[in-house]
Design a protein around this ligand. Structure first.
Ligand code: FAD
Length: 387
């Protein structure tokens, strides 16, 4: 672990993790130079509102505060990292020497093959994607959404509210959690019905062509607009063949301190797969709290903190007129129990050997807040209970 602060920290990625890393360095008293490079043309902004408030009509960019200018961070927009070697990041604007670096390039939205044919397909990852989509979600248009995960469901919500005729096709639906009880899946399916959205499950989209989207059941689904919401892959191709090791799925490999294989280089956010002591496995998460908290830990460790990064996974989603909040980590073989109590709301709790592993709350965020403390101690590495 580094003990003398470096003269210059270079951060790659202007998303939540990159922004939080810069803020944390300054809050911890770092007085050296901070350079943040991002392929986007603006200051970092927040992504969750893109599929919610922004699609619903808000026009402004959801900014993150404080602004980087107030923190004396050199922001290089429209600049792409193309390589890294010891003490130096190579970018489209030249070489950037560093004493320490934080890699936070996030994900790129996955696309389907052949989708550039008509109808043109959209993805949602950036502010520009959201602004374009918003203008295209107009009444009576036939919208086909491929993927019924969190973002697919949120976009479907906005499209239905805009008066579009919405069809969603997906092999699965609901939050990507193993062993969701059928009654919960039935309830979520009902949310689609309530919003007038046609949900077809068990079908995948193979490719777009000039007449629509070819589905795995051989149907071609016609649509005025196709939106592909099938997850993302790490934006790490620029690290291929570099001294920074990637795992098989191209996530940046890091230890429990978020150190990569290259000395002085840390990773944070959606693109890192780190060693979790809590769960004794390599993990990656693609959620807001993880992006912020991993960046804080990476920044503090650069300044000598020696802090292990070991969060309880947590995410939320607002979709189809409802909210989902999940905390913990469970497996398909854990025992699921549904708690439905009119006053305190509905939740699924998972246990293993009588010890809690995770909670999913439907329209009841307080149940997740309440469960945090119990889960925190049940899954502590020294508790030795849950693996
Ligand atoms: C539409 C949407 C809605 C979401 N809603 C929720 C939600 O409700 N709840 C929740 O928990 N999470 C949500 N998330 C997830 C959450 O926003 C992400 O986990 C978080 O944004 C990840 O932050 P990050 O900084 O790791 O990556 P990103 O936000 O993806 O930022 C990475 C940045 O790095 C830049 N970059 C990439 N490669 C390079 C390179 N080579 N050189 C320079 N710059 C590069 C990218 O352009 C980007 O600006 C949502 C995500 C999206 C897209």
């Amino acid at each position: 672990m580094m003990t003398t602060p470096p003269e210059r920290v270079v951060i790659v990625g202007g998303g939540l993790a990159g922004h939080t890393a810069a803020v944390t360095l300054r809050r911890c008293g770092f007085q050296g130079q901070i350079s943040l490079i991002t392929r986007e043309s603006t200051e970092p902004y927040d992504r969750p509102p893109l599929s919610k408030e922004l699609l619903a009509g808000a026009v402004t960019r959801p900014t993150l505060s404080p602004g980087l200018g107030d923190l004396e961070v050199e922001l290089q927009t429209d600049t792409v990292a193309v390589g890294i070697r010891h003490g130096e990041i190579l970018t489209t604007a030249g070489r950037l020497p560093f004493g320490a670096a934080i890699l936070a390039p996030g994900l790129r939205a996955r696309r389907l093959p052949g989708e550039l044919g008509a109808p043109e397909a959209r993805v949602l990852r950036t502010f520009d994607d959201a602004v374009q989509l918003r203008t295209e979600l107009t009444a009576d248009r036939a919208i086909l959404i491929v993927g019924a995960g969190l973002i697919g469901a949120e976009v479907a919500t906005a499209a239905a509210a805009a008066g579009c005729r919405v069809t969603v096709v997906s092999p699965e639906f609901g939050p990507a959690l193993p062993g969701l009880p059928d009654t919960v899946l039935d309830e979520i399916r009902g949310w689609y019905d309530e919003c007038g959205i046609q949900l077809t499950v068990g079908v995948s989209a193979l490719e777009t062509n000039s007449t629509g989207v070819l589905l795995s059941d051989s149907r071609v689904q016609a649509a005025d607009l196709v939106i592909v919401a099938v997850g993302g892959s790490p934006a790490t191709s620029w690290l291929d063949g570099s001294p920074v090791t990637l795992d098989r799925a191209a996530f940046i490999t890091a230890d429990e301190y978020l150190r990569t294989s290259l000395p002085g280089v840390y990773a944070a956010g959606d693109a890192v797969a780190w060693r979790s002591s809590r769960y004794e496995t390599d993990m990656h998460l693609e959620h807001w709290h993880h992006a912020a908290e991993s960046a804080q830990v990476a920044a503090r460790n650069i300044l000598g903190a020696a802090e292990s990064y070991d969060p309880l996974p947590y995410f939320w989603s607002h979709q189809l007129g409802h909210s989902l909040h999940y905390i913990g980590r469970h497996s398909r073989t854990d025992t699921a129990e549904i708690r439905a109590d009119f006053r305190s709301g509905r939740a699924v709790t998972w246990t293993r050997g009588g010890h809690p592993t995770a909670v999913l709350a439907l329209d009841a965020p307080h149940l997740v807040r309440r469960a945090r403390k119990t889960l925190e101690s049940a899954t502590r590495p020294e508790a030795g209970v849950v693996r």
